[in-house]
Design a protein. Structure first.
Length: 370
């Protein structure tokens, strides 16, 4: 317990054994904000040789889930890895629609509160408040990007003298605008707030450098295209990483998880936020290069097309993933097993993994019959 922190620690510091990416790191959990009766927690990861007198770069992660669901567990591996590389990292919880009945603007409010909490407690956490990186995936990537907006939606009671603007952003298939399309509908009767939570609309000279990662088959990539084009015209650094043939959420699975960790590491090295070469080991064999069995090669494509057609018919809001509320039939009945990331949604990668498992079962049955 640390009495000098604004809010008390909920869990004392303990050795982390939950990830293969951060041997020797430690985690401590705090409440960074209370909203009504809900305590919003932030999980802070310390490097193996950390001391409270340090002044290390920091990185905060926000989970994805369409502002409706999700879990701070999503970025456990990334947080552990970058802590092992010498940063103090954090995974912040925030209110979501399914649990708290909120809209995306309130998710942004919570994220801004979390960043301010980190900076306010910088000395005790051993971080340099002028070396902060924001990161997240999908809706979480949107929250991370919204930190670059100097004046956005703000939670009552926040200390607005503390800036949320980071020194860099690492954004995994983020939503970068709320000003058009089906995304706007998520704000309900608060559509007037759309521009205030649309990072691309606030992109200007002097904005922090960003690494933006998308799968080439992700329909949300249009957000990245708009951001990259505007950034280039302004002379703002916006690195582009495209995963060929991959859909939304590709970075959650190996080998893309390791590949994107390495790319993010190299980006942070280029900014002087990390030193030395990346230490993450990238699997040599990509999942998409593994050969199918003879039967699977004939039936697999059709099976994948059938599953994708069903999946698209359920994707009522067009965000290229389905929630449990959208799911139907056997996909709904087996939702927890298919949602391997546990973020409350089934994305294209998880659909492809399901098709592969079904193919393996079919191939096994056929072999036993022969």
């Amino acid at each position: 317990m640390r009495p000098w922190l604004i809010l008390p620690a909920i869990v004392s510091m303990t050795l982390s054994a939950s990830s293969a990416f951060g041997a020797g790191t430690t985690i401590e959990t705090f409440t960074y904000k209370t909203s009504g009766e809900k305590h919003l927690e932030i999980h802070v990861h310390y490097p193996p040789d950390w001391t409270s007198g340090d002044s290390r770069p920091a990185m905060i992660f926000f989970f994805g889930g369409g502002w409706t669901g999700g879990s701070t567990d999503q970025f456990m591996d990334q947080a552990e890895y970058f802590a092992s590389r010498g940063m103090v990292t954090a995974r912040a919880d925030y209110r979501v629609k399914s649990r708290d009945g909120v809209t995306p603007d309130q998710c942004v409010e919570d994220a801004r509160s979390a960043v301010r909490w980190l900076r306010k407690n910088a000395q005790q956490l051993g971080i340099d408040p002028k070396k902060l990186v924001t990161s997240g995936g999908s809706a979480g990537g949107h929250l991370a990007a919204c930190m670059m907006i100097e004046k956005s939606v703000e939670a009552e009671g926040d200390d607005l003298s503390i800036s949320t603007v980071p020194q860099a952003m690492v954004l995994f298939n983020p939503v970068l605008s709320f000003e058009s399309g089906q995304i706007l509908g998520r704000l309900g009767d608060k559509k007037h707030l759309a521009k205030r939570i649309s990072p691309t609309a606030h992109l200007r000279k002097g904005c922090p450098p960003a690494l933006i990662l998308f799968g080439t088959e992700d329909r949300l990539k249009v957000f990245g295209d708009s951001y990259w084009e505007k950034a280039e015209g302004l002379g703002v650094r916006a690195e582009k990483y495209l995963a060929q043939g991959q859909g939304h959420g590709f970075f959650n699975r190996s080998p893309w998880k390791e590949r994107t960790m390495k790319v993010a590491d190299e980006f942070l090295i280029s900014l002087g936020l990390l030193e030395g070469p990346p230490t993450v080991k990238v699997p040599e064999e990509a999942a998409e290069e593994r050969p199918l069995s003879r039967e699977g090669s004939r039936q697999g494509p059709q099976r994948s097309r059938d599953l994708r057609a069903r999946w698209l018919s359920m994707d009522t809001d067009g965000d290229e993933k389905i929630s449990k509320e959208e799911a139907r039939g056997q996909i709904k009945n087996n939702f927890a097993q298919i949602d391997t990331t546990g973020d409350g949604f089934i994305d294209r990668g998880e659909l492809q993994a399901l098709a592969q498992r079904l193919g393996q079962r079919r191939d096994g049955s056929a072999s036993r019959r022969r």
